[in-house]
Design a protein around this ligand. Sequence first.
Ligand code: MLT
Length: 294
Amino acid sequence: MIVPFAAGGPTDALARVLGARMSEALGQQIVVENIGGAGGTIGVSKAAKATPDGYTLLFTHMGTLAVNIALYKSLPYDSLKDLEPIGLGGTNPMVLVVKKDLPVKTFAEFQAYVKANQKKVQYGMAGIGAASHLGGLLLNSMMQVEVLEIPYKGTAPALNDLVSGQFDYMVDQAVNVLSQIQAGNIRALGVSTLKPLPQLPGVPTLDSAGLKGYEVTIWNGLFAPRGTPKEVIAKVNQALVTTLGDDKIRARLTELAVDVPTAQEATPQGLRDLLKASIDKWVPAVKAAGVKPE
Ligand code: MLT
């Protein structure tokens, strides 16, 4: 199972929680391979070109398959044509997190600080088209600031550097940052959903804290290379459905603030529809944010 981001990050965490239980359901060990870089496009491309025999799967998020259509002049794969959807794995809220000693306590103070210090402030992200890039670019565009972006192979290595204070802020999936927020190693200033997260009591929504209309969640899905036999897709889908129906897995995902897919979303067609809808939603939204494709 290719994960196109670094080990220990949000995509990897979800892939490993699901993969371990799916291995039991399939009676066969799923091995996660992390191939990070270029906002996930290197790993996705490798999966799209793999032999479609059921032995290569891809676990990735909507950034790499939908958002980056607006961010790259040309991509080495066609998300809708080169991959077979298997099922949705989970949807994640995001959190604006800042380094511990950034001299701000609220989103309003953060916005004022970033505006006043645009030349020196830096934000971290996992490459062009990553979820953290989408979260950050929408935030920066709505705050009307331009700051230096620091790309990583995933937000796991970025988070290490945020904890040690090497850059100022990041918008990342909750699953990756919750434990460091709870340990007091970084601070959360807002969540990307329209409702606060029970896992982060006291942290407002960015929408209510001053960025009216800011709303972004990141779905993660399981895919296979195009041409993978239908019966293989059905079998792997069945293992995913079994996994998502397991109470222990559901409880673990909820703890990590992951929204567990409905039965319809966990079908190949459900994921295909979601991918199409995400392309229709995010490609124009990113273009409207004024980001030039690379
Ligand atoms: C992202 O920003 O796309 C993710 O956090 C990637 C990752 O899993 O590291």
